[in-house]
Design a protein around this ligand. Structure first.
Ligand code: PLP
Length: 349
């Protein structure tokens, strides 16, 4: 909360990954019971897995070091080489996971043009390939809940229901990249189980709004999780006394979930404060904790803007010359938002 982080930024809106573990979280980690996670002997990891499986309404769950590994492990289980994943063009798996889906699972990634990171069942149906011997096999429908570069938009339940029905009728897998699934649940007032009931596999990230330093939990059927565990090990993701990590995640679930609504309110406040600037246009009013905005590059380029903000100790992320992203999180207070709005409004080009 406006305390100087080691990066020198006082107000770090670059990502919700920038929050640091609180003294209470560190204390919970120090007190966590531990065992050999690789062998399935860590009681705190077991507790976390059971808790997330229940939260998402799935049979089983698997603790992993990161969300990136949760996605890759899922792809390795679901796809054979040459199988196709259909994802929205702005999705994380396409841009920020080093092409692991292709490099390590041999999957074909097809980008669907959507709106704020989302597409409809009709859009998806148009991309399905005929079942021909010489076509890639369309295999996975990829949903990012909430959308990241789409500006934190929440996929409506109705859209997910239509996509789930399509997946069932076409024999496709529906996977939810749930890096910010709980932001969606809180914003939409939806029980996370409802999302779990409309997909084969999904996961939660603990390093985003929940504010832990690591960890993701992937959930699905017993059969899926059994196979996922083998790939986790293959990728070097099995750990030893991971109870210290799971302890942070359990603490986050118990204490930081209610905080997400505050982050959403802060994003709303920021959006409102920036709405009068003639050179900046947010994609949409934020539904959760992310604001993605386009710049009028005739007036200012994103690099220049972020430089001006950095001089005031504020960090935003830059995507190309004309787009910036700001993400609220538990180390951003309402007064940080007010200061950020003042900083934007005080900029003269
Ligand atoms: C952050 C993120 C990931 C990857 O999660 P890590 O825990 O950072 O590996 C995947 N998908 C989305 C949408 C994300 O925002």
């Amino acid at each position: 909360m406006a305390s100087m982080s080691d990066t020198g930024f006082r107000i770090d809106l670059y990502s919700d990954t920038k929050s640091r573990p609180s003294p209470q979280m560190l204390d919970a980690m120090a007190r966590a019971r531990c065992g050999d996670e690789q062998q399935g002997e860590d009681p705190t990891v077991a507790e976390l897995n059971a808790k997330v499986a229940t939260l998402l309404g799935k049979e089983a769950a698997l603790f992993l070091p990161s969300g990136t590994m949760a996605n890759l492990v899922s792809i390795l289980v679901h796809c054979e080489r040459g199988d196709e994943i259909l994802a929205e063009r702005s999705s994380h798996v396409l841009h920020f996971e080093t092409g692991g889906a292709s490099a390590l699972a041999g999957a074909v990634l097809t980008a669907i043009d959507g709106d704020r990171g989302m597409f409809s069942a009709e859009d998806l149906a148009r991309h399905l390939r005929p079942r021909r011997w010489n076509s890639p096999r369309s295999r996975m429908i990829w949903i990012e809940q909430t959308t990241n570069l789409g500006g934190g938009a929440v996929w409506p339940l109705g859209t997910l229901q239509s996509l789930w029905a399509l997946a069932q009728s076409e024999g496709l897998i529906l996977h939810i990249d749930g890096a910010r699934l709980l932001n969606a649940a809180v914003a939409a007032g939806v029980d996370p189980k409802a999302y779990g009931s409309l997909c084969d596999t999904l996961w939660l990230d603990f390093t985003k709004g929940l504010g832990a330093p690591f960890g993701a939990v992937l959930a699905g059927s017993n059969d899926f999780i059994g196979r996922a565990r083998r790939f986790k090990h293959m990728l070097g993701g099995a750990m030893r006394q991971a109870g210290v990590m799971a302890g942070a995640c359990l603490y986050a679930l118990d204490h930081n979930l209610s905080r997400l609504a505050v982050d959403h309110a802060n994003a709303g406040l920021l959006h409102q404060g920036l709405s009068t600037l003639p050179w900046l246009r947010p994609l949409a009013e934020p539904q959760t904790n992310i604001i993605v905005a386009k710049l009028d590059t005739g007036l200012v380029q994103a690099g220049r803007l972020s430089g001006c903000l950095a001089e005031k100790g504020i960090r935003v992320s830059v995507f190309g010359a004309d787009m910036i992203r700001m993400v609220t999180h538990l180390d951003i207070s309402q007064s940080d938002i007010e200061e950020t709005i003042d900083a934007f409004q005080g900029i003269r080009f």
